[in-house]
Design a protein. Structure first.
Length: 109
C-alpha cells in the first residue's frame, strides 16, 4: 500500500467540498491528495455519483473509500463503527446520500 492516496471527488457538490475541507484539515500526515473527478479517465469506474480512492493498485469506491479516508486522517473509531455494518448496507446509505446530495446540500457554482 502506498503512502499517498488519490481521492477523486465531485467538485460541484457542496457536501463533497465540505468533506474534502474537513479531511484536509485533519490529514496531519498529508497522505491524501484531492483531485476533481473529471480528471479521472477510468471509464469502467462510475465517477458521477461516487468518491473514488486510488491507493496503489487498489480502486476503492463508496463506503470503502470513505473508510480508508477516515483511517488516513486518524478517525479510526469512526471508521471502525462504520465497518460494523455490512458493505451492502453502507453502500445503500452512500447511494441514497449521493443521489440526493445536490437537493439536500446544494451545488457549488
Amino acid at each position: 500500500m502506498s503512502n499517498n492516496v488519490n481521492v477523486y471527488y465531485d467538485p460541484n457538490c457542496r457536501l463533497c467540498y465540505n468533506a474534502v475541507s474537513f479531511a484536509k484539515k485533519n490529514d496531519k500526515n498529508n497522505s491524501l491528495t484531492f483531485l476533481p473527478n473529471n480528471l479521472l479517465k477510468d471509464k469502467e469506474l462510475d465517477i458521477k455519483n461516487t468518491v473514488i480512492v486510488k491507493d496503489g493498485n487498489r480502486d476503492l469506491k463508496k463506503s470503502e473509500a470513505v473508510i480508508l479516508m477516515l483511517d488516513k486522517i486518524n478517525f479510526k473509531k469512526t471508521s471502525f463503527f462504520i465497518k460494523i455494518f455490512p458493505t451492502f448496507i453502507r453502500n445503500l446509505v452512500y447511494d441514497f446520500i449521493a443521489r440526493y446530495r445536490y437537493n439536500i446540500f446544494g451545488k457549488i457554482k
